[in-house]
Write a protein that binds this ligand. Structure first.
Ligand SMILES: [Zn+2]
Length: 70
């Protein structure tokens, strides 16, 4: 079965922090929808971010690609 794939030019970013509030990881999603679906601690819209390299959406159920600026 072929899954539909779209390409996006900017990412919706989830910032993952430790208990002290230090940034330890980020996840990049193609859309606010995927961000909300994957992030249990969703803290609000954080879209239109440029990322460095092309990557797949971090929502495991999504096949969309986010284009990097390089
Ligand atoms: Zn997605």
């Amino acid at each position: 079965m072929q899954t539909l794939q779209h390409t996006f030019n900017s990412a919706h970013i989830e910032l993952i922090e430790d208990k002290e509030g230090n940034l330890i990881d980020t996840k990049n999603y193609c859309s606010d929808y995927c961000h909300k679906k994957s992030n249990k601690n969703y803290e609000g819209w954080n879209g239109l971010n440029e990322i460095s390299f092309d990557q797949k959406c971090d929502n495991k159920d999504c096949n969309n690609v986010i284009k990097g600026v390089n």
